[in-house]
Ligand binder design. Structure first.
Ligand code: WT7
Length: 683
């Protein structure tokens, strides 16, 4: 079934940006052979204050044995991203076009923002940042819910050449503090709080705690700007000094009661709307170099310490714009919706930069798929007549559980393209998405990429690529994937191996913030001459690529990448715990989940209370999405004589699979049977 080929809808293909598989192949070949010409043509659609010289358009070194790794696109050119995304649109007659429809957690809360208004708000906030002393190159930490002020804050940074570092507002205060310390952030932008479903979260409190923590490490954040989001929801139109209209962002609100105790430090904290009140609505853009940093975004690393992935200006812009245009086949009257939070790379590239670079209209959604009922996604698609819908396999699987009726209640006929991202999509979920949500007439774009790649790298194109459920299919323009075996030998034709890339595409990362060494060892040391993704993949007889998942100690829980090491180190902090080993286990909805083996210190009893406490600790330290599913008692761990934990054995125990393979190198083989006996019932 998974090998059946699904052809693009002929009607869609007729008017698509890329109309056939042959056209795709031709364009791809050109992009690989003549990258300067291919991307040079695309770069002409944007404004360059200083043009790039041809001889410096593209240079790189991917081979660490020949010197430091570097990637440069359009070196010497200068531009400003907010100018390209906003001013250019307003000048070209798109000023009144909607950039974002905002849909709140509560269906009665909604508003919208035109390109003109977005430009004004961006300029005003850029002026606020300037008034707080922020200059080109300074890092700005952002910890915000999915509200319109979030893209405004990001774009305001780009306006003045400041580097944003958005931290997903589901991370704990520890995680936020760690990221602000690493990036040496000068300022923090947040909101009072947010509703998620029935739950109200106090974001300001988390920020207060995080700022206390950075202070302990001698890094003081002296300015914190706070959007009064919950209070304006509680005080609909005009009744409050913190009303939306003061922000110039018109909307309705259900006036839900909201009591939030937030503490305030007069020396450090400022209300967003008060700062914006007197700020000027124009702000001359700071022209930055093509290779100047645009943003830092942290992703998990297999050692446990997060990596500050650094993206730069020109390459990221042209890559975000081009992938968005072709992969979603975006047309001027379309309404596009990506459900990802802006705190992840998907939200950076495909909620903010890609859509705006194409004069797009998108939905910015604050809520969850399950509130007020399990049909929220389908009702939003119906409400805004969404044409491209981009979500994650874990969301699809969790919605499948509720049955088809929730979907069938709504008119989804506006849909043309359905996107999937975050992890491999299982064929069952693919077919449900295709047949039920897409009525068998939409193309599915199963987009493989990473925080590091900046944009899609392996993906079908809706009008061109024949699809196979579960396969991310073929490389995007500029991308040259290869499969390598353990020894770094090329696997030609059918086979399975390490997924690597042979040459850079414009949107790839340039470094890890302040740690170029780690950048080189993580991505370029395993196989010389290639960027190593850390994923495995299979190529079938038709040349289709099937990403099989991580091959390092990383796992993907509901699309959130994390490392087993970071969870282990949190568990090991607990006084109860002498040692911990964490593995991933397949999970029907989340894709993978955390299975933890814990060895108690002498004299401690392993009971339910302890399990709950350890789960809570991981939630608090990393974030709610990292909560382990299983904590198992492990009086000992399967270790080799040299003391290395044999994780492959633990993965088998987690699965309840007795075929553990060779255990002869273990110091104590009896531990394996004991761990099988202690395996909890619910596992
Ligand atoms: C890892 C990157 C890129 C945005 C979301 C996650 C996995 C992502 C797919 C896909 C199979 C996928 C990989 C990758 N992944 N998309 N379509 N098929 N695997 O970004 O947090 O940097 O995670 O997500 O394992 O390495 P990220």
């Amino acid at each position: 079934m998974a090998d059946r080929i699904y052809h693009p809808n002929a009607e869609l293909a007729k008017s698509a940006h890329c109309k056939s598989f042959d056209e795709y192949k031709k364009m791809h070949e050109e992009s690989i052979k003549n990258p300067e010409i291919f991307w040079g043509e695309i770069a002409k659609q944007f404004y360059w204050e200083t043009p790039s010289s041809n001889d410096k358009f593209f240079s790189y070194n991917f081979d660490i044995t020949k010197g430091d790794i570097f990637v440069k696109w359009m070196e010497g050119a200068s531009t400003n991203i907010s100018f390209n995304l906003l001013d250019k649109n307003v000048k070209c007659g798109n000023g009144d076009k909607i950039a974002f429809y905002w849909e709140g957690n509560d269906p009665e809360d909604y508003s919208r923002l035109t390109y003109r208004k977005l430009l004004e708000e961006t300029c005003r906030f850029a002026n606020v940042l300037k008034s707080k002393g922020i200059q080109k190159g300074d890092r700005v930490a952002i910890y915000m819910p999915m509200i319109l002020e979030l893209p405004v804050a990001m774009l305001a940074c780009t306006r003045i050449g400041a580097v944003h570092s958005v931290v997903f507002a589901g991370y704990s205060s520890d995680s936020l503090a760690e990221r602000m310390l690493d990036s040496k952030a000068k300022i923090l932008i947040t909101a009072d709080g947010v509703w998620r479903g029935e739950k109200q979260l106090n974001l300001k409190k988390i920020c207060d705690d995080a700022m206390d923590k950075t202070k302990l490490h001698n890094h003081e954040i002296d300015t914190c700007i706070v959007v009064s989001h919950l209070r304006r929801l509680a005080n609909p139109q005009g009744k409050s000094t913190t009303d939306k209209n003061q922000n110039g962002i018109n909307g309705t609100s259900n006036g839900k009661n909201c009591e939030l105790n937030i503490s305030w430090n007069d020396e450090r904290d400022y209300w967003w709307h008060e700062e914006m009140e007197d700020a000027d609505t124009s702000c001359y853009p700071v022209w930055v170099n093509a290779e100047d940093p645009l943003f830092i975004l942290y992703t998990s690393g297999s050692t446990g310490k997060p990596k500050g992935v650094l993206h730069t200006t020109a390459g990221y812009l042209i890559y975000a714009a081009t992938t968005f245009k072709y992969v979603f086949d975006y047309k001027q009257n379309d309404v596009y919706w990506c459900t990802a939070d802006i705190g992840w790379i998907t939200g950076h590239t495909y909620v903010v930069y890609g859509p705006l670079a194409n004069s797009g209209t998108s939905v910015l959604f604050e809520g969850t798929p399950f509130y007020p009922d399990n049909d929220r996604y389908w009702s939003v698609i119906d409400k805004y007549k969404v044409s491209q819908f981009y979500t994650a396999p874990t969301a699809i699987r969790s919605l499948m559980k509720f049955g088809d009726e929730f979907v069938k209640k709504h008119d989804l006929s506006s849909l043309k393209v359905l996107g999937s991202v975050g992890e491999p999509i299982n064929p069952e979920a693919w077919l449900w998405f295709y047949n039920l949500v897409g009525h068998g007439k939409c193309s599915i774009a199963d987009t493989f990429w990473q925080t590091e790649t900046g944009g899609h790298v392996i993906t079908p194109l809706p009008g061109a690529t024949p699809m196979k459920p579960g396969s991310a299919t073929f490389p995007f323009f500029g991308v040259l994937p290869e499969l390598l075996d353990e020894d770094g030998k090329l696997i030609e034709g059918e086979g399975e191996g390490y997924l690597v890339f042979r040459q850079p595409w414009p949107g790839m990362m340039r470094s890890l913030y302040n740690n170029h060494e780690r950048f080189q060892t993580t991505y370029f040391d395993r196989f010389h001459g290639y960027y190593c993704t850390g994923d495995g993949a299979r190529r079938d007889a038709d040349g289709y690529l099937w990403v099989t998942g991580r091959i390092d100690d990383m796992l993907n829980v509901s699309g959130h990448l994390m490392s087993t090491a970071e969870v282990e180190s949190v568990l090991a902090e607990h006084p109860f715990c002498s040692e911990a080993a964490v593995v991933s286990k397949p999970h029907p909805v989340k894709g993978q989940c955390l299975y933890c083996f814990v060895t108690p210190n002498d004299g401690n009893v392993f009971d339910k209370k302890m399990q709950d406490e350890l789960k809570k600790l991981v939630r608090e330290r990393i974030g709610p999405f990292a909560q382990p599913d299983i904590i198992q008692h492990a009086p000992g761990l399967p270790k080799t004589r040299s003391g290395k934990i044999m994780r492959r054995v633990l993965r088998k125990i987690a699965l309840g699979d007795k075929n553990v393979g060779d255990t002869s190198t273990l110091a104590d083989e009896t531990i394996v049977d004991l761990l099988f006996q202690l395996r909890p019932q619910q596992a």
